[in-house]
Design a protein around this ligand. Structure first.
Ligand code: ATP
Length: 908
């Protein structure tokens, strides 16, 4: 059957079973691997063809629509009108080169950012060959059975056949932003798209509940694929800093304009010709405009993004690169970010009896207590843990060398929540096999887990009796319990205090504690459908499960680094306060004696009180995701720059509000990833610290480039101005100025973007947002170097003339002074505070390649007859070179001494 000619079926109008028959799919087995291959060959990848974004031509044209470039173009036009063809040609040539560089760099940066965004692959849970699997959503084919949970982005068009509390936001497709409840029943044929509640459409998101559906259409055949004018969204390349620089350039332009007019007037008044003065004004404008600045900034940021990706932090929004550098507080989840999320059950408490469990990891090897037979409350506890569970345990096939992987321990993997995986493992250690149990006691109903509700429940029929198992936070289940099971499994009066003490003892050891309970129907044989109020009827408490989730070793070091860098780390967790405090202590997030604030306490504070408390407390426990938003706002109101992690659907508002929203690449939902500025590929806290470090480094490199480039522009402007005021001939022509600006920006300045991070970046306090890009020290340095350039270039120029040498030679000397001083000053700029020797002379090889290229270019400009003619230069001799070198060295030493003096003064 041809893919395109396949007729469109009104899937909502046919029963779910009929849909399965038509698609030759099985709801409890999924497709077989071989069949998937056939269908993939027929339907291709599940990917929507991207329509091209802004045309290349338009993007190229936009390179010219910048005030700085427009002024250059104007200068080019006027010089052409004046008949100065060579000058005009070179000005146009330079603007063209500039545009090409900008175009290529921008394109590369956009592609890199888009590719990174795509690399955060969207995964789905699929049933194939009877097993649950996590797959990239691109691998889906029609007939695949997809399992949906809150936070999932729907990967293809699905006909739902099971739904529990399932609600979707379909605004991407229908524009409607309120949630739509989903079910599996048949709908009338005429039902419009927005009301087809038994379908889930690609690109929409599930915000609550659970469900399952069969794929009916993939890729371009989905509703989104058909109607969308999806434009390959080009990422925004502006950041607060580039916007600031754009404002700065506009001011610069006004200043340059005024100076140019002034030059013209002064010159005319001194009796020069209008033509000569116009050329001087053009020279000034051309010289003072930092043409290379926008491209250099984009490149520096792009390099930063690439460096962060290498350290497992994927930037989704470019401004994050900068904001990271000024982060003052990192609010991190505990489970999975600060801890390994490799849960192992260590202790069980059932029927008032404590049992320890041996073994580690997900390998079901170890025993419970002394290994005697499991019965009574303990068995019920394990059974409940397995049935009230959506995870799956699997063993990888033989390893690469065909060895038995059992020795290694990592062959056992979990699909789903590690907390649930641990329950399957402990049951297996006791001889209970989850597959058999699921088959014997199928699930009739469920309340899916939700971070706000903090528990889940499933209904089953066991020995002819309907009952529901609950598992979740103790605070949720204990108050709802009326009775408890004794060791033999018989219901007896509840002993709350004893249970609480047992839970506290586990939590103090840093164990994550989960409570297990059940609801039986003693009066009627049937249990009503499960809902939020089911537990109010009174639960029978079964037991507690204590699991370890050790802190990530790298996180301990990363927290220490953050502290040294003046960044506070706060733990915000859904887990119990005692467990959270125990882990926080191991990570050095808190000192002895510090306490935690719980979600309940937090809710009692008004915004003002919260602002006060939030600075003092570093561990927030049993926090509901919605409360994270309040915490971020309170911290921001205190002037903090907040990075916040999150993984669930309800975390999305806090992630959007935070200055840096960070989503988990592995455990995070699609909704959280979409809301985030940055995604951690391995969920590890250490990657956040690394990204902050890179962020600081990138910002440093941007400031270094600005500090390096401005003196050239100011120096050139000053030289022209001084010449006009002194009534002397221009020491450098507009063309020569353009040569200097373009070549040095590309081969010298840009090399600063490759500068490695300085060793001390994480030992200083975060940069306060709103502080000027250049502090007074740097402004003075820029003025100093501009004056050195003026003195050196103008001085040697006048000296050459006074020696009776031709103008072209004198100008060539002045031009080379500029380039040599810029090259020497480049080394000064490799660190803003320390000497170039301190950062290691060869730690950035790019600098040396740049300097060598520049030397070759200068030699060509000075000695190649063609370039001599074009740029009005002339060969110079050894004496002149020595004098130029002396000026360069002097400039290097003066700036070096200035830096050293400042360092010494600061040390006192
Ligand atoms: P963090 O917020 O640091 O990631 P967390 O995993 O404990 O920690 P939540 O996922 O919000 O946070 O869970 C809150 C509580 O709900 C847990 O402490 C636990 O008691 C309970 N819980 C977690 N996962 C499950 C689950 N799959 N089934 C039942 N209850 C769970």
């Amino acid at each position: 059957m041809n893919e395109r000619s396949r007729e469109r079926v009104a899937w909502h109008f046919i029963a779910a079973d009929e849909a399965a028959t038509r698609l030759q799919a099985s709801y409890d087995q999924g497709l077989a691997a071989g069949e998937v291959l056939n269908r993939r060959a027929l339907h291709g990848e599940n990917r929507i063809t991207q329509k091209p974004g802004k045309g290349a031509l338009l993007r190229f044209a936009l390179q010219f629509v910048q005030p700085l470039v427009l002024v250059l173009l104007l200068a080019g036009v006027v010089t052409a009108v004046l008949g100065e063809w060579v000058d005009s040609g070179v000005i146009f040539g330079v603007t063209l080169i500039n545009a090409v560089i900008g175009f290529i760099q921008e394109g590369r940066a956009e592609d890199a950012l888009a590719a990174l965004a795509r690399s955060v692959s969207s995964e789905v849970t699929v049933l194939r060959d009877g097993c649950k699997q996590r797959l990239p959503s691109t691998e889906l084919v029609p007939g695949d059975v997809v399992l949906l949970a809150a936070g999932d982005k729907v990967p293809a068009d699905l006909r739902l056949f099971r739904a529990k509390d399932l609600q979707a936001i379909e605004s991407a497709l229908t524009g409607e932003s309120t949630a739509v409840a989903k079910h599996g029943d048949v709908l009338p044929e005429a039902t419009v798209l927005a009301d087809r509640c038994n379908m889930a459409y690609a690109g929409t998101v599930m915000i609550t509940g659970r469900g399952a559906g069969v794929v009916v259409d993939t890729g371009d055949r989905t509703e989104t694929g058909r109607i969308s004018q999806l434009i390959a969204e080009a990422p925004d390349l502006t950041t607060p800093l580039t916007r600031k620089m754009a404002v700065f350039s506009n001011w610069l332009l006004i200043a340059i304009g005024l100076l140019a007019v002034l030059t013209f007037i002064v010159g005319m008044w001194r009796g020069s010709s209008a033509f000569e003065m116009f050329m001087a004004a053009v020279a000034l404008a051309v010289g003072a405009i930092p043409e290379g600045l926008p491209a250099a900034m984009t490149i520096t940021l792009a390099i930063g993004v690439a460096r962060m990706a290498k350290r497992r932090a994927i930037i989704r929004k470019l401004p994050a690169v900068e904001t990271l550098g000024s982060t003052t507080i990192i609010c991190s989840d505990k489970t999975g970010t600060l801890t390994e999320n490799q849960m192992t059950v260590r202790e069980l408490y059932a029927g008032g009896v404590q049992t320890t469990v041996s073994g580690s990891g997900y390998a079901p090897e170890g025993k419970l207590g002394d290994g005697s037979e499991i019965a009574g409350a303990l068995r019920e506890c394990l059974l409940a843990g397995v049935l009230c569970n959506d995870a799956a345990l699997s063993k990888e096939e033989a390893g690469s060398e065909g060895k038995d992987l059992r020795e290694h321990g990592e062959q056992w993997t979990i699909v789903g929540d590690p907390t649930e995986g641990a329950l399957i493992v402990v049951a297996r250690k006791a001889g209970l096999d989850e597959a058999t149990l699921h088959k014997r006691f199928p699930r009739h109903d469920e309340i899916p887990f939700d971070s706000t509700r903090q528990y889940m429940a499933t209904a089953h029929e066991i020995d002819g009796q309907r009952l529901a198992y609950f598992k979740g936070a103790l605070e949720q289940l204990l108050p709802r319990s009326r009775q408890m099971l004794d060791a033999s499994g018989e219901p007896v009066a509840l002993r709350s205090e004893e249970i609480e003490n047992a839970a506290r003892a586990m939590a103090r050891e840093g164990l994550r504690v989960l409570a297990i309970a059940r609801l039986t129907s003693t009066t009627t044989k049937t249990l009503p459908a499960l809902d939020e109020h089911s537990a109010d009827a009174g639960l029978e408490f079964i037991g507690l499960v204590g699991m370890i989730d050790p802190p990530r070793p790298k996180a301990i070091a990363a927290v220490a680094t953050c502290h040294a860098a003046g960044i506070t780390v706060k733990m915000i967790t859904g887990d119990h306060a005692v467990t959270a405090l125990s882990i926080a202590r191991k990570l050095d997030i808190i000192k002895d004696g510090e306490t935690a604030l719980t979600g309940v306490e937090l809710a009692a504070f008004d915004d003002q009180q919260l602002r006060r408390v939030v600075t003092e407390v570093n561990v927030f426990a049993r926090v509901e995701p919605e409360q994270k938003l309040r915490l971020v706002r309170a911290l921001q109101a205190n002037g903090e720059v907040v990075a916040m992690t999150g993984d669930g659907v309800n975390d999305a508002p806090a992630l959007k509000q935070a200055d840096i929203g960070i989503a988990m690449g592995l455990a995070g939902t699609e909704v959280a990833k979409d809301a985030a500025d940055m995604v951690l590929t391995d969920d590890d806290f250490a990657a956040i610290e690394a990204a902050v470090e890179e962020g600081r480094g990138v910002y440093d490199n941007l400031v270094k480039f600005i500090t390096w480039t401005l003196p050239t522009n100011f120096g050139e402007g000053l030289v022209i101005l001084a010449a006009v005021v002194a009534g002397a001939t221009l020491p450098i022509t507009p063309l020569q100025i353009l040569w200097i600006n373009m070549t040095t920006a590309v081969f010298l300045g840009l090399m600063l973007a490759f500068e490695p991070i300085e060793a001390n970046v994480m030992q200083r306090s975060p940069r306060r947002p709103g502080t000027p890009i250049l502090d007074s020290a740097l402004v003075w340095r820029i003025v100093l170097v501009s004056l050195l350039l003026l003195a050196g270039a103008f001085g040697l120029f006048l000296r050459e003339l006074s020696l009776g040498n031709p103008l072209a030679e004198a100008r060539t000397v002045a031009l080379n002074v500029f380039v040599v001083v810029e090259a020497m000053y480049l080394f000064n700029c490799r660190s803003l505070t320390r000497s170039a020797l301190h950062v290691g002379l060869f730690s950035n090889p790019a600098i040396w390649y740049g300097v060598l290229t520049m030397a070759v270019l200068q030699a060509l400009l000075t000695y190649l007859p063609l370039l001599n003619r074009l740029f009005a230069t002339a060969p110079i001799g050894v004496r002149q070179w020595l004098e130029i070198a002396a000026v360069g060295l002097l400039a290097y030493i003066v700036v070096g001494v200035e830096k050293r003096l400042r360092e010494v003064r600061q040390a006192h």
